[in-house]
Write a protein that binds this ligand. Structure first.
Ligand SMILES: [Zn+2]
Length: 183
């Protein structure tokens, strides 16, 4: 009888050993997906436009006309906001990718720069307005000539890349700004 009991116990242990890999699998059968590198999202969930920016645009248009800069007479008075972290703003013509406006030109601005200094925002808008000139689509020739002229007349910095942004402005734009910085 004892012998029989031992045999049953042995059989039970063997069965348990055989079942072990099924019951306990330390390695997951599927390879775990690698943690993806976070991509900077350009999605913009903020407001589509900003009254203050639109007012600044109207004032910048006035300024350009006072200086007799040959900007277009058909510029959308509403600046559209987007989530860009690579461009402060862009100027599109009606034939461009989004025909949402009746006007010949419209300006989009990154919502991430709404907190920039007013000087920086106005220099960005003046930069974009120069793109509405005939032959003003790139940063050479006419654009460069008038950018220099407007900069000299107004004190804004209108260049191809850098404008009147502060270090804080840039940090906010690139998403590296830390609130309550000690400096
Ligand atoms: Zn430009």
């Amino acid at each position: 009888m004892v012998n029989m009991g031992l045999k049953i116990l042995l059989l039970f242990v063997i069965v348990l050993i055989c079942l072990f890999p099924i019951l306990y699998d330390p390695k997951p059968s599927k390879p775990q997906p690698r943690p993806r590198q976070k991509r900077q999202s350009y999605a913009w969930k903020g407001p589509k436009t900003d009254e203050r920016i639109n007012r600044m645009l109207a004032e910048c248009i006035e300024l350009m006309k006072e200086l007799e800069v040959p900007i277009s007479d058909s510029i959308c008075p509403i600046v559209r906001l987007n989530g860009s972290r690579s461009r402060f703003a862009s100027c599109y013509d009606r034939g461009g990718r989004k025909a949402y406006t009746e006007y010949d030109f419209y300006i989009e601005m990154s919502g991430h720069i709404l907190q920039n200094t007013e000087k920086s925002l106005r220099s960005v808008l003046l930069h974009e307005l120069l793109h509405t000139m005939p032959e003003g689509y790139d940063h050479r020739g006419e654009w460069k000539k008038w950018a220099k002229y407007v900069s000299e007349k107004t004190g804004y910095t209108i260049k191809r890349c850098e404008g009147d942004e502060t270090e804080e402005d840039l940090a906010r734009f690139f998403g590296t700004y830390v609130e309550n910085q000690s400096e």
